[in-house]
Each structure stands twice: as C-alpha cells, then as structure tokens.
Design a binder for this molecule. Structure first.
Ligand code: F0G
Length: 467
C-alpha cells in the first residue's frame, strides 16, 4: 500500500536564482525571500511512486473509500503533500473524456480525433473543485478558520461548496462588479458564503483579497496557492486514464489566471521525469481577444520562461501601458476576463515544457464554438468554449493536423451562464443586442430558436412538420 508523507514535500520558489524552500505546513502564497510564485516539490526518490500509471486502475474497485472514489485523490501518490487523515474530499473529479464527432468536424479534425474533457461535471460545476479539494486539505492541515478568494465566479462557488459541505472553515468571497454570471453568484450565496461585491473588476478584487488575507491571517484559495494547482494536475491524469494512458498530441485549454495551464505543465513534467510517460503533449492556451495578456506577451512580444528569467522589463512595460491607456479586459467569456494573470510565469514555464503556443479568439468564435459543444455534447459555459474555438483556429492555421489527437478542456458547466446561451439562441433581437452585440457578436449562425406556436393541436402538428 502506498502512503503519503508530508515530510517529503516542500514549498519551493519557482525562481531558480532564489529557489528557497519552506515546509508544507506554512501558509504562503508567494516566496517570502523574493516574491515569486511557489511550487510544491517532492523528494520523489524517497516516495513510493508506482511503476506504471495503470497502477491507479486498482483503486477503481475500492470506491467505498472516499480517497479512491475521488478523481483527484485516487492519484494521491502524484500529489503526496498531505497525510491521508487530513484529506478533504467531496467526490470531485468524476468527469469524463468524451469523443465528439460533431465538434471534431467543426474543428476540422478526422473522426475520432477530438475529445472533450467535461470538467463541468464536478460538484460545483467547474474544474475548480480539483484544486479546491487540495487547497481545503492544506487549509485543514494548517488549521485555517477562514478561507477567502477573489473570483470571476467559479472559484467562489467551489470554495463555498467545500466550506458548506465540510464545515471546516468560514468563507469570504470577493467578486468584482462586472460580468459575474448569475449561476455562479447564486452558488456562493446559496452555499452561504459571505460575499463581498467589490466595486471594481476581478483584478481589483484579487488585489484586495490578497491584502486582506495577508493582514488578517485568512487562508487564500486563489491559484497563487500552490496546493490548489497540485489538485488541478489530476485533470491531466484523468485525461490520460481515459485514453488508456496514451499521451494525446494536444491539450487545448482556455487561459485566464493561468492556473490550469501551469498545473498541466507541472503534471506532464513530473510524469515524464518519473518515467511514467515517454513524451509530453503540446499545450495550446487560448485567450479571449478581449482579455489577451498572455497572447500579447508570448506571441506578440516574445516573452519566454527563459530558464526562469523571463524578460521582466517587457512584462512591466506591458502592464504600465495597460494602466496608462486604461485598457481593461472585456469579454463575454466572463470567467477569463482577467488583465493580470497571476500565474503568468508558471504558465511560461509550462509553455516551454510542452512546446506550447498561445492564441486568441473573438467572442463570436467563442459563442459559435459553444453552440457546437451544446449541439454535439453536454454543453459548456462561454469561457470553456474558447478551447474549441482555439483548436479550430489552430487547425485552420495548419498547426494542428487533421489526424492529431486533440483534447479540449471544457472548464465549466453550461448552466453557469444561461444568459449568454439564451441571448445567442432565442432570436430575441433586443436581448441579442443588449447582451452580445456590444462585444462584437454579429450573428448566431448556430442559433436554435424556440418556435412559438398557438395552443392548438393542428397548429402544433403543422409546426412539427415545418421544422
Ligand atoms: N474557464 C473557467 C470556466 C473559469 O472559471 C476559469 C477561471 C478559467 C477557464 C481560466 O482558468 O485561471 O486556470 O487560466 N476562473 C477563475 C475564477 C478566475 O475566479 O473562477 P485559469
């Protein structure tokens, strides 16, 4: 039986020039010595790591053990920072990888080449639960009484559900006053989180919660929390598991605060270094055009990880110009409406490890792709569909080949943001203009309008025959 050992894990500064390490029972969201992000690092040589990924299949038969049932913790040997007795789980990670011919056609791939990873099937309806189970576990390890996050909606829903179901801590969520989708806001309220609606955007809310957390000893659950990203690695473990442990050619993921892309890069690097996979898939991170910091820095200005020394002058100048010109992120994909992605540097590292690329897609492309995901699968929220729109763009550019095996991560459930869906499909021009046109959406080529029909059997039959 494999075990975990908190003594063989530490928090380590990602800046190789610094590289300071700290015990896992400390509560940190940045390196106290140099301010860089922190990773969780392991002494793998002294930890019992399985010889082969198929080892994890043995846990399928033991689903009465909540740790084996969890789609995060059944891989606990690959994120061994917590004693088993401290692990907090609410059954997250029962997500599926679904091949989709319809969406594959739309993207321009051969039949059987496109896979959709439905992270919206998590307890709070988004991928965040993968991370929050790990952050909650760490919060429990350090005895946190209050946890907080800033959020465009999903992080707050996720944190709130972990608090409401486990009763381990109180929660304060900071949301901006911009475009938080009602489905997400309703979750935080319903799960009884203290909800502070900051008069500003997500970046403002994040800056404030970081100050408050530092000041008041509140446990911070945004993705600057390195334990959260350990949990998010499991999304890639499940993708591999669904593909019978074969590595796909591409992972395509929407980019917001860049936690997922960072976690995916770490997952694959570790698996390769442990000899559990023999190659790393390519990573494509997709920004919304209206929130394209990563695209601007990586593709337009050529900023790279560069052995841990990205060109800070270019990055600082970019943000100084953003402030001077008062440019603020603006996209219907509200989940990724972010100006200053906190995990930028970790994401640059992931892009290097995964021979990655970054693209941007318009809100029109996002909503059209979302309609395809709805028509050909379980549906998703707008931000998630950026992955499918991005894969389509990369196919058109010839970067992705028709025979490549491509996995698009659908980060959040369709019901998170029904407003965008209804505005796209309803055919109500006033609603379309109000909700979508201002963001450059011109039409709804895949709109599926409800058919209004008189309350009369004959008319209903005529409507059925006409459609
Ligand atoms: N997709 C969805 C549905 C999200 O909620 C988010 C982030 C992302 C993609 C971007 O992921 O930050 O790892 O690059 N939502 C955060 C929130 C910011 O507050 O819920 P990332």
């Amino acid at each position: 039986m494999l075990s975990t050992s908190a003594d063989l894990a530490c928090q380590r500064c990602i800046n190789p020039v610094c590289g300071s390490t700290f015990a896992v029972d400390q509560t940190l969201t940045a390196c106290p010595d140099c301010g860089s992000l922190l990773d969780i690092a392991y002494e793998w040589d002294r930890l019992p790591v399985p010889d082969s990924l198929s080892f994890f299949e043995s846990r399928w038969s033991n689903r009465r053990n909540p740790l084996d049932y969890s789609g995060v913790w059944r891989f606990r040997d690959l994120l061994p920072f917590a004693p088993e007795s401290q692990i907090v789980t609410i059954g997250e990670g029962q997500t599926i990888l679904q091949p989709s011919t319809t969406v594959g056609n739309y993207v321009g791939l051969n039949a059987g080449s496109l896979f959709l990873q439905y992270e919206g099937l998590n307890p709070s309806g988004s991928f965040k639960d993968n991370g929050m189970t790990a952050a909650s576990t760490h919060a429990r390890m350090v005895g946190a009484k209050i946890a907080a996050c800033a959020s465009t909606g999903n992080t707050s829903a996720s944190l709130a559900i972990y608090a409401s179901t486990t009763g381990l801590f109180r929660v304060v969520v900071f949301v901006g006053s911009g475009k938080i989708a009602y489905g997400k806001l309703s979750q935080a309220l319903d799960y009884n989180a203290l909800t502070l609606q900051v008069l500003g955007d997500f970046d403002d809310a994040l800056a404030r919660v970081q100050e408050v957390a530092g000041d008041r000893g509140i446990y911070l659950c945004n993705s600057v929390n390195p334990f959260r990203l350990e949990g998010q690695k499991s999304i890639m473990f499940r993708v591999l598991e669904s593909l019978n442990w074969e590595v796909p050619d591409w992972i395509v993921v929407p980019g917001g605060n860049l936690g997922n892309s960072s976690a995916f890069g770490k997952a694959f690097t570790e698996l390769r270094d442990l000899g559990l996979i023999d190659r790393i898939p390519r990573l494509a991170v997709i920004n919304a055009e209206g929130a394209n910091t990563l695209y601007q820095l990586y593709e337009e200005r050529g900023v790279r990880w560069n052995g841990g020394s990205p060109d800070d002058a270019i990055i600082d100048q970019f943000f100084a110009d953003m402030d001077a010109e008062q440019r603020r992120a603006n996209t219907l994909a509200s989940a990724i409406e972010i100006n200053r992605p906190v995990n930028l540097k970790k994401c640059l590292r992931a892009l290097e490890a995964c021979d990655g690329i970054v693209r941007q897609v318009s809100d029109q492309e996002i909503l059209d792709a979302k309609a395809q995901v709805g028509a050909g699968g379980f549906g998703c929220e707008p931000a998630s569909a950026a992955s499918v729109a991005g894969a389509r763009l990369l196919r058109r550019e010839g970067v992705i080949a028709p025979s490549d095996r491509v996995v698009c991560i659908l980060t959040g459930h369709q019901l998170k943001d029904p407003d965008a869906t209804v505005a796209y499909h309803s055919g109500d021009k006033a609603l379309f203009d109000k909700k979508l046109a201002a963001n450059g959406v011109k039409n709804a080529p895949f709109g599926n309008q409800p058919v209004v029909v008189e309350n009369d059997l004959q008319k209903i039959i005529e409507a059925l025959e006409a459609n």
